[in-house]
Design a protein around this ligand. Structure first.
Ligand code: HEC
Length: 160
């Protein structure tokens, strides 16, 4: 072998060794990076697992961000309006079914006739403001004018 060939050969071997070293380094480096990524993922998982079960949300927006199932609160609770009969049953019947304190009994046409003769407006006014033994709104102050009017009309209708 000539000197030149020897040099070329050792050069080739050196390059070969360098290439192998480079490959090893890159493999190790890739593994290290992957390890780092895995560790980060693992940490996220642990954090996810140990996070508190509930977090306090002070606004609706926060609550909705935290949980997609939080819905807008229903502001006005839909409530069936009471029927005239229900109003009568709860607020008027106590006296007007039996004639307590001289209350005209519902359905007693004879005792209602002269009262109805005064006109519906007078009856409504007496029912809302009170009249002799008849307390204002029958004593149920939470009733609206409309409620009382509906009850009066119901009683008139049943007493004609
Ligand atoms: C605590 C007993 C009592 C309750 C409850 C009551 N009433 Fe009366 N109501 C009376 C009495 C007593 C009279 C008779 C007053 C009179 O003319 O001397 C009367 C009379 C009336 C009259 C006739 C008024 C007039 O000018 O002749 C109407 C109408 C009436 N009530 C409606 C109602 C309605 C509507 C309710 C329920 C929202 C109701 N009342 C609940 C005792 C009651």
């Amino acid at each position: 072998m000539s000197e030149d060939k020897k040099i070329l050969n050792s050069l080739a071997v050196t390059i070969g060794v360098l290439v192998v070293i480079a490959i090893i380094i890159s493999v190790v480096a890739t593994n290290l990076v992957e390890d780092k990524v895995d560790t980060a993922k693992e940490e996220m998982k642990i954090l996810e697992r140990i996070k508190p079960l509930g977090e306090l949300a002070t606004t609706l927006e926060e609550a909705q961000k935290a949980s997609p199932i939080v819905e807008e609160p229903v502001v006005a609770v839909a409530k069936e309006p009471a029927t005239p009969e229900q109003i009568y049953n709860t607020a008027c019947m106590a006296c007007h079914a039996s004639g307590v304190a001289g209350a005209p009994v519902m359905g007693d046409v004879a005792s209602w006739a002269p009262r109805i003769g005064q006109g519906k407006d007078v009856l409504i006014e007496h029912a809302i403001k009170g009249f002799k033994g008849m307390p204002a709104r029958g004593g149920s102050s939470q009733l609206s004018d409309e409620d009382v009017i509906a009850a009066v009309e119901f009683m008139i209708e049943k007493s004609q």
